[in-house]
Design a protein around this ligand. Structure first.
Ligand code: AFP
Length: 338
């Protein structure tokens, strides 16, 4: 079969009435920016891009040089395209307006320019995550509150993994699809259409070093997985943790599994570790569109009403049956507490 490029795929989606021309162009711009990030990450030490930038981001985390470079690439590429009203980035406190000299559109773009960046210096996969919302009618200068829409309002979400291959996984709410970057030709090519995450799995991803800080229902759930064949689940489970959410989620999108970043005694005051708008919502949309589930351990992530642009939440996502069970344990424990 003839390979289908991302651009051809976008044309098909437009013809089918699933996206409009503006959204299609916006995805092309984001894809082009991600190709530049792929080139920058691919240079490694030769590009002088490894190591810390010497600054902290809005979350108070040390920024890597590639965090800063990737953020600038995405901002610059999207400033003049004409599809956006504003951008918001995990790396910046406030939304970035589109400069007055450029045409404006009616979409809002949110992104985590380089997720998992603590892995850059050891040459392990990192990625970009993005989410696209509609700018509310009549708003010409969007503020943080205009971005704070529930995940169910997302028009599109995607991530790009910069790994052995550079891949983009994308959804418009009509299935989840994967595109592989053909580095010689310079274009993303459809590699999997309508990805399905198996409902059952025997593989989980969680940072086990936090176990002692978890809530009781999380201890119970993972304790049962670890007990294997001899335990209540009567099955051995395998564990993987890349510590790059994009890579961990991509494994789940490829062969099933579950990913947890639960509430724990240390992140409870902040609401969790991962960011709702830049990580949890786009990944939840992608995973649900592939037949998986995504909750906070209690509620469906995409139904949360955001309270802040940089809000953090617990994240449970992946194969449906396991996410349902882990969520059930939390709800049951909440019910027992009254
Ligand atoms: P960095 O971008 O600072 O590396 O954080 C990555 C991340 O937000 C997410 O991609 C990982 O799943 C998670 O943090 C890893 O957290 P631990 O460091 O606790 O394993």
């Amino acid at each position: 079969m003839k390979p289908v490029s991302l651009i051809q795929f976008l044309i098909e989606e437009r013809r089918a009435g699933r996206i409009n021309a503006e959204l299609s162009l916006l995805i092309e711009v984001v894809a082009r920016a991600c190709k530049r990030i792929s080139v920058a990450t691919g240079k490694g030490a030769l590009g002088g891009v490894l190591g810390n930038a010497g600054s902290d981001n809005v979350q108070g985390e040390a920024q890597k040089k590639l965090d800063v470079i990737s953020n600038e690439i995405l901002l610059e590429a999207n400033a003049w395209g004409g599809q956006l009203a504003a951008c918001a980035s995990e790396e910046m406190e406030d939304p970035q307006p589109i400069p007055d000299m450029y045409p404006k559109g009616n979409h809002l773009l949110l992104f985590d320019p380089l997720d998992g960046s603590s892995n850059i210096d050891i040459n392990v996969s990192v990625g970009t995550i993005f989410s696209i919302l509609r700018c509310p009618d009549g708003i010409s200068e969007p503020a943080a509150e205009h971005f704070q829409q529930p995940g169910t309002e997302q028009l599109a979400a995607g991530y790009v993994v910069y790994g052995p291959a550079t891949l983009m996984v994308l959804t418009f709410g009509h299935g989840t699809h994967e595109f592989t970057l053909d580095r010689e030709v310079g274009s993303f090519t459809l590699s999997r259409r309508d990805i399905r995450i198996p409902e059952e799995t025997a593989e989980f991803a969680v940072n086990m070093s936090n176990q002692r800080h978890w809530e009781a229902p999380m201890q119970r759930y993972v304790g049962e997985l670890l007990a294997g064949k001899e335990g209540p689940r009567a099955k051995d489970f395998n564990m993987r943790w890349v510590a790059s959410m994009v890579a961990d989620v991509h494994r789940i999108v490829t062969r099933g599994g579950v990913f947890f970043y639960p509430l724990d005694a240390r992140n409870k005051a902040k609401g969790g570790k991962l960011r709702l708008m830049y990580e949890a919502n786009p990944m939840a949309f992608i995973v649900e569109q592939a037949g998986g589930a995504a909750t906070t351990g209690r509620e469906r992530i995409m139904e949360l009403q955001p309270t802040g642009l940089h809000q953090r939440v617990p994240v449970f996502l992946g194969s449906k049956k396991e996410i349902e069970l882990a969520t059930h344990y939390h709800r049951e424990a909440d019910g027992a507490q009254g």
